[in-house]
Design a protein around this ligand. Structure first.
Ligand code: 48F
Length: 265
């Protein structure tokens, strides 16, 4: 076989254009492919929800690759081990209720499972704004990260989605941009973005899961962005809360997208 570089180029351009075009109108658009976003994407795709993930970096996995301080092991507590089991990630018991997993195996396995379940992942794309109509978030405004990094004056494109999930981790970027550009009140006790507090793993893990949910009509929040928004604590390299938050947001959205028929009287 003689390789033709133009066929290679055309294959990439045409295939990507088709995939991207199909990703412009979604049930759920997830911003951020860290652990919470990847887990949410997996469960949503598995239940046939049309979901895509938009990730600023070339690599997925967010803050998981480096474990704690670049020691690439993560810790997951008893309650969340079943999520890693569902994905087939190998875990080892370290102490009663504490399990470790290889960070690289965990990220790559979560990512592969999300893709195989049918989630589309668009890397190298940054979400810079939202579409908001009558106090409801209805989609994303996106641009190439390379454009953002080079500070080029290039207009973005838009993605329509029934629901958006902010899974951007510590900066909670989607919620911050919503608040900065629109005079809105968030569904939070304070009504506004609070910023995260210092390290307290126990409290942080619980509040991440508890407060995962709809923060503004059409906009959900999952993972560390939950605590950043609500003024909760950070938790360090314990990842159970991220996995369970991703699972919870997927369940909440499945219920929104396919409401169960009300029982007949
Ligand atoms: O930070 P990240 O891993 O979020 P997470 O799922 O998990 C947090 C943990 O990694 C850790 C922790 C728990 O122990 O505290 O930090 O909540 O992943 C967030 C991803 O979102 C991307 C970012 O590059 C990262 O991969 N991201 C952030 N802002 C944008 C974005 C944006 N505006 N557009 C696209 N991607």
């Amino acid at each position: 076989m003689v390789l033709d570089e133009i066929i290679v180029s055309r294959a990439i351009v045409e295939k990507f254009a088709r995939k991207f075009s199909q990703g412009l109108d979604l049930d759920v658009a997830i911003v951020g492919a860290g652990p919470s976003g990847l887990v949410a994407a997996y469960y949503l795709a598995k239940s046939n929800v049309k979901v895509a993930l938009f990730e600023r970096k070339l690599s997925v996995g967010g803050g998981m690759w480096g474990g704690g301080m670049l020691f690439n092991e993560i810790v997951v507590q008893e309650e969340a081990k079943r999520v890693l089991d569902e994905f087939g990630v190998s875990t080892e018991k370290f102490a009663e209720g504490y399990y470790t997993a290889d960070a690289v195996e965990t990220v790559s396995t979560l990512c592969a499972a999300a893709c195989r379940a049918g989630a589309r992942i668009f890397n190298g794309i940054s979400v810079e704004d939202l579409m908001v109509r009558q106090e409801v978030v209805i989609g994303l405004v996106i641009n190439w990260t390379a454009v953002e990094m080079a500070s080029l004056h290039v207009d973005p494109l838009a993605v329509r989605s029934k629901f958006v999930v902010d899974a951007t981790g510590h900066p909670a970027e989607v919620i911050q941009v919503l608040q900065r550009k629109n005079r809105v009140t968030l569904k939070a006790p304070s009504g506004s973005f609070q910023g995260e507090r210092s390290l307290w793993a126990e409290a942080a893990e619980h509040s991440t899961i508890e407060n995962t949910g709809e923060i503004f009509p059409g906009l959900y929040v999952a993972g560390m962005a939950v605590n950043a928004t609500m003024g909760g604590y950070r938790m360090g390299p314990v990842f159970g809360g991220m996995l369970l938050s991703g699972e919870k947001v997927a369940t909440l959205l499945q219920n929104r997208l396919r409401p169960k028929p009300s029982p007949k009287n």
